[in-house]
Design a protein around this ligand. Structure first.
Ligand SMILES: [Zn+2]
Length: 187
């Protein structure tokens, strides 16, 4: 399961905060980063319904079918979070909104988006995440993405044992890795 914490984003300072008791979200506590007290400034993070989708999916009992479905979903989930993050990063660099759209559209593949991150931040995503102990996570994501592409375009034999390890690394770190990226680059 991906949902382990209740995360809230302060739209004033852009920090993502772990808020398991919903004290911040419900307006009892000010933002621990910027002190903002207005409850309208708090948004649930991530905004995506995909968390609920993942939570509610009954994966098929057949390990192969469940593995393939998970593979596609996890890659899509990473892509959606990464797109949201990149849009925020470009915005932070004062990129005009229509240019942000153009850059995301013209760099739509996984590798192009990694390139866009490197161009914008000056470092590769692997390096940034590796330094913060998310090296295994990003390697898992890259492996899953590679497997997904090969399985989508051809009849590729999937090694489910390897996949299971990568799923675990993705599940454990998907949200916290993006909280880290958000709080390092966007606030
Ligand atoms: Zn704040």
């Amino acid at each position: 399961m991906l949902r382990k914490n209740f995360y809230v984003r302060c739209s004033v300072c852009k920090s993502i905060i772990t808020d398991d008791e919903q004290r911040f979200f419900d307006g009892f506590d000010p933002c621990p980063e910027c002190g903002n007290k207005g409850s309208v400034a708090r948004e649930l993070w991530p905004k995506l319904d995909m968390l609920d989708v993942l939570d509610s999916i009954k994966f098929p009992p057949d390990v192969n079918d469940a593995g393939k479905l998970k593979l596609v979903l996890y890659c899509a989930f990473f892509e959606a979070l990464f797109e949201d993050f990149l849009a925020g990063l470009l915005d932070k660099m004062n990129t005009p909104a229509d240019m942000v759209d153009y850059l995301l559209e013209s760099n739509s593949s996984f590798l192009e988006r990694l390139g866009l991150f490197k161009q914008t931040s000056g470092e590769s995503l692997e390096t940034v995440l590796g330094k913060a102990d998310y090296g295994e996570f990003i390697r898992a994501i890259m492996f899953l993405n590679d497997e997904k592409n090969r399985f989508v375009v051809q009849d590729h034999e999937i090694n489910f044992e390897l996949l299971a390890k990568s799923f675990q690394a993705a599940e454990q770190n998907m949200l916290s890795a993006f909280v880290f990226l958000n709080n390092k680059f966007l606030r």
